[in-house]
Ligand binder design. Structure first.
Ligand SMILES: NC(=O)c1ccc[n+]([C@@H]2O[C@H](COP(=O)([O-])OP(=O)(O)OC[C@H]3O[C@@H](n4cnc5c(N)ncnc54)[C@H](O)[C@@H]3O)[C@@H](O)[C@H]2O)c1
Length: 361
C-alpha cells in the first residue's frame, strides 16, 4: 500500500461520526483536518481522534496536507463548498445529493474538469455486497433479461430523530432528494441509466415538529413535496416504479425488487452496504451468497474506491453518476409538477462492478 490519502472534512454534523470511524479504521485514509461553520461542533466531533486539526473552512482548503476535501455539509451548501475545494486545486468527495440543483451540480463538474481535479459523491453504500451481489446475479443472467423494478422508501420523517432537520424540508431535501440517491444509484447500477420519467407528488402538511435534541417541539416549514412517486424508463427499456415518502408510516414492501424474464430478485436496503439478496426459484425464495462488493464497508469506502481508481477512469461513486441521479430526481419532480413525461437530458455509464474484496487493503 502507498501513502494514505489525507482527508480534510468540511461539515461535522450528524453523519460525520460514521465517516470518522471508517477513516480511522482504514489504513488507506488519514483524517488530517476538519472545519465547520460551528467550530465548537467540529472540536467536539473529533475529540475521540488524536492529531486532527480544527480549522476555518478557508484554512482547510489552503492546507497543503489535504489531498481530498470530504464535503459533509447540508445539501444547499454542497456546491459552494465543492467549488471552494476545486478552486484550491483539491479533489472533492461530497455527501449526496451532489448539489441542490442540476444547475449547481453542473457548475461543480465544469469547474472540476477545468481544474483537472476529481469529484466523487455518495452514496457509496451501493459499492457494498448488497447491491453488488444483486448486480452480479443480473450480469450472470440468473433472472434473464431485466424488465422491471420496484423501489419503496417509507418513513414518517427524519425530524423524529435528527436534531437539526431543517435541510430535509427545503429544496435539496424531501424524501426524493434525500433518499432517492440511494435507490436511484442502486437502480442505475442494476439496470443502467434512465432515459425518461413520469411522476406524481404530494405535500401533506405545511409544518413539521422537531422530535429530539435542544430544539425539540420547534416547528419548521415544509417547502418540498413529501410523497413522491413515479416511473423511471431506463435506456434499456426496463421500467422502475419508485415510491419515496416522508408521509407514510411503515411498509413491508422490499426496498428494491428486480424482475427479469426468468426470475425475480429482492435487493437489500441501498442505504446499507450489505444485506440479504434473495432470488425466486421453483422452491420459493433462496438467499444468494455474497459474490461482489466491498466486505465490511462503512460510509467513506467511496473514498478508497476514489483513491484506487486510476486518473482518467470513471469513478464508481463519481460525479457523472451523481449528476445523472440528481437529473433523474429533478426530472421526476418536474414531471410531477406538469403531469407530462420528461426526457432526462443527461446519461452516464453503468458504474463498473466491484469484485468481492475487503475494504481494508
Ligand atoms: N444524518 C444522516 O443520517 C445522514 C446519512 C447519510 C447522508 N447524510 C448527508 O450528509 C450531509 C450532512 O448531513 P448531517 O445530517 O450530518 O447534517 P447536519 O446538519 O447534522 O450537519 C451539517 C454540518 O455542516 C455544517 N455546515 C453547513 N454549511 C456549511 C458551510 N458552508 N461550511 C462549513 N460547514 C457548514 C453545519 O454547521 C453542520 O455542522 C447531507 O448531505 C445529508 O444528506 C446524512
Amino acid at each position: 500500500m502507498g501513502q494514505p490519502v489525507n482527508v480534510g472534512v468540511v461539515g461535522c454534523g450528524a453523519i460525520s461520526a460514521q465517516y470518522f470511524q471508517t477513516i480511522d479504521r482504514l489504513p488507506q485514509l488519514r483524517l488530517v483536518a476538519v472545519a465547520d461553520l460551528d467550530l465548537d461542533r467540529a472540536r467536539e466531533a473529533v475529540r475521540p481522534y488524536e492529531g486532527v486539526d480544527v480549522l476555518g473552512v478557508a484554512e482547510l482548503m489552503a492546507d497543503p496536507r489535504v489531498d481530498v476535501v470530504l464535503n459533509l455539509t447540508v445539501p444547499a451548501a454542497h456546491a459552494e463548498v465543492a467549488l471552494q475545494a476545486i478552486a484550491a486545486g483539491k479533489d472533492v468527495y461530497c455527501e449526496k445529493p451532489l448539489a441542490a440543483t442540476t444547475a449547481d451540480a453542473a457548475r461543480v463538474l465544469e469547474a472540476a474538469a477545468a481544474a483537472r481535479v476529481r469529484v466523487g459523491c455518495a452514496p457509496d453504500t451501493v459499492l457494498g455486497t448488497g447491491t453488488q451481489t444483486a448486480r452480479n446475479a443480473i450480469d450472470d443472467g440468473l433472472i434473464g433479461r431485466p424488465i422491471a423494478a420496484t423501489a419503496t422508501m417509507m418513513t414518517p420523517g427524519h425530524e423524529r430523530w435528527h436534531p437539526n432537520p431543517d435541510f430535509y424540508y427545503v429544496p435539496g431535501g424531501g424524501p426524493l432528494l434525500d433518499m432517492g440517491p440511494y435507490y436511484i444509484s442502486s437502480l442505475v447500477t442494476l439496470l443502467g441509466p434512465v432515459a425518461s420519467v413520469i411522476g406524481a407528488a404530494s405535500r401533506t402538511r405545511p409544518k413539521r415538529t422537531i422530535g429530539s435534541g435542544p430544539r425539540q417541539g420547534e416547528e419548521i416549514p415544509v417547502l418540498v413535496d413529501t410523497h413522491v412517486t413515479g416511473v423511471l424508463v431506463h435506456a434499456s427499456g426496463a421500467l422502475s416504479t419508485l415510491v419515496m415518502s416522508f408521509d407514510g408510516v411503515a411498509t413491508k414492501a422490499p426496498n428494491i425488487e428486480v424482475h427479469g424474464e426468468k426470475g425475480s430478485l429482492v435487493v437489500p436496503d441501498p442505504n446499507r452496504f450489505d444485506g440479504q439478496v434473495l432470488i425466486s426459484g421453483k422452491d420459493g425464495w433462496q438467499e444468494l451468497p455474497e459474490s461482489a462488493g466491498y466486505i465490511g464497508a462503512g460510509r467513506g469506502v467511496g473514498l478508497i474506491d476514489f483513491a484506487a481508481t486510476p486518473a482518467g477512469k470513471e469513478l464508481r461513486a463519481g460525479g457523472s453518476l451523481a449528476f445523472h441521479v440528481l437529473d433523474v430526481m429533478e426530472s421526476l419532480l418536474a414531471a410531477a409538477g406538469s403531469g407530462a413525461a420528461v426526457t432526462v437530458a443527461s446519461t452516464c455509464e453503468r458504474p463498473r462492478p466491484v469484485a468481492l474484496h475487503s475494504s481494508v487493503s
